[in-house]
Every structure is written in structure tokens, then in C-alpha cells.
Design a protein around this ligand. Structure first.
Ligand code: SF4
Length: 235
């Protein structure tokens, strides 16, 4: 897509329903379309939309091998309920191999490097096989996501990025999940609004920002997957 076509699609789809946005994405990009699910509650909702409509979208998750047991159990439940496969995208090194090469608990010393090795590089290698990817980010999650378009060019990974839930609030997500009986991580009901790797995720206290439990005590707020790099699309 040209950069002008991407902007036009973003304008046209700004007020479309999430179901219509993922259908548009499938019509436009499948089979070179993928959904990167982090297995958070928003991701479970998007999986529900894709599965209900039987859209031909490849699903994968970044398996850092450091996810919560509840997250691995949810992964299985979703595959069973919807009859889908969520591919595991793994880092080049196991946690033990990384500890041998980089020292133990890299996440406590250099979380950016740890995320690069265990998330960003595997993600980049996977996205290289596609023309577009779907994410489940919402604008009100972080300042970095506040201006996320429904459709945009992802300059970091060089493909189109589709964000069907950008206009949704947390309450709207909860309401959809309850109404449609979408499986979700029980940790969300135990003060974990945002769930990532075990070593870097803690519960939040009342009144705290929903992502304050991620990399608590560190300046880091994002693993880097959704930071915007303004690079023009190919014309
Ligand atoms: S979230 Fe933490 S443990 Fe997971 S890859 Fe990033 S730094 Fe490493």
C-alpha cells in the first residue's frame, strides 16, 4: 500500500467496528496477514473476532519462556475453544543459554537488551514473512499509544499495522469479554491489568496506572513492539 492509501484506510476505518476492521484486514492482506497475540484480555477479544468470522489470519505469540503458568494455560484453552493454533515464536536462546552468555537475570540489569533478544528479534524475523500485522493495543493504555491509527505503516518492521481496538476502553473490553464468554487470564482479576513476563510483571495498587506493574521501578514502559518510527511506506 502507498502511504496515501494507508492514510485513507485509517480515515475510512476510524469509526468502523473492530469486527469490520479485522475483516477488512483479512480481505486486503490474507494470507500474508498475522495477529501477534500477547494473550492479554484485549488480545483474547481480537482472537474471538478472528475465530468467530473464521478469518484466514495466522496467530502467534512471543514465547519468551518466562510467561506466567496462567498464561500458558490460557493459551491452551483458547486453542481448544476456537480450534485454532497459536504458533510459539521463541528466542534463539533458552533462558539458561541466555544466562550462560549474558549472565543471570538479564532482565534485572539490561531489560532493553533482554526484550530485544527474547521479543524484538524473534518478532522481526516472524513479521518479515508478512505484509501486515494486527495488534490489540488501545490508545488509552500509554502516552506512546495515544495517537495510534487504526491502520498505519510500521516503520520498525516494514509492514502495515492494523489496530482494531484503538478506540476501545478497558470497560468496553471487559463488557465484550463477559457478553461473549471469551476466555481470559485469571490474573487480570487479581490486580494484573497488563501481563507480560513473570520477572517484569507485578500487580498494581488501586489508583495506579494500568501498566505501572510492568518493569516496576525502572524507566522502561514498553518492550519496543509498539514504539512508532515514522518511516514512509513504499509507493
Ligand atoms: S519483559 Fe522482562 S523478562 Fe521478558 S523479555 Fe522483556 S526484560 Fe526480558
Amino acid at each position: 500500500m502507498t502511504s496515501e492509501a494507508i492514510k485513507e484506510a485509517a480515515r475510512d476505518l476510524e469509526t468502523a467496528s473492530a469486527a469490520d476492521i479485522v475483516r477488512w484486514a483479512a480481505d486486503r492482506f490474507a494470507p500474508r496477514l498475522t495477529f501477534a497475540t500477547s494473550l492479554g484480555i484485549e488480545d483474547c477479544l481480537v482472537t474471538d473476532l478472528i475465530a468467530r468470522a473464521k478469518l484466514p489470519v495466522d496467530l502467534f505469540t512471543l514465547d519468551t519462556e518466562l510467561l506466567f503458568p496462567e498464561t500458558y494455560a490460557l493459551w491452551k484453552r483458547i486453542e481448544e475453544k476456537y480450534g485454532v493454533t497459536i504458533k510459539a515464536v521463541k528466542p534463539a536462546r533458552t533462558v539458561a543459554e541466555q544466562a550462560s552468555a549474558e549472565g543471570p537475570a538479564l532482565w534485572t540489569r539490561e531489560p532493553d537488551r533482554c526484550c530485544d533478544l527474547r521479543k524484538m528479534r524473534p518478532l522481526g524475523a516472524t513479521l518479515a514473512n508478512y505484509d501486515a500485522w494486527i495488534t490489540a493495543i488501545r490508545r488509552d493504555q500509554t502516552p506512546e499509544r495515544a495517537n495510534a491509527p487504526v491502520v498505519g505503516w510500521d516503520g520498525r518492521f516494514g509492514l502495515v499495522k492494523i489496530n482494531p481496538l484503538v478506540r476501545w476502553t478497558s470497560d468496553q473490553v471487559r463488557a465484550y469479554v463477559a457478553e461473549h464468554e471469551v476466555p481470559y487470564n485469571p490474573l487480570h482479576d487479581r490486580n494484573y491489568p497488563s501481563i507480560g513476563c513473570m520477572p517484569c510483571t507485578s500487580p498494581v495498587m488501586p489508583g495506579e496506572d494500568s501498566r505501572s506493574g510492568r518493569w516496576r521501578g525502572q524507566e522502561k514502559t514498553e518492550c519496543g513492539l509498539h514504539l512508532r518510527i515514522p518511516v514512509r511506506a513504499e509507493s
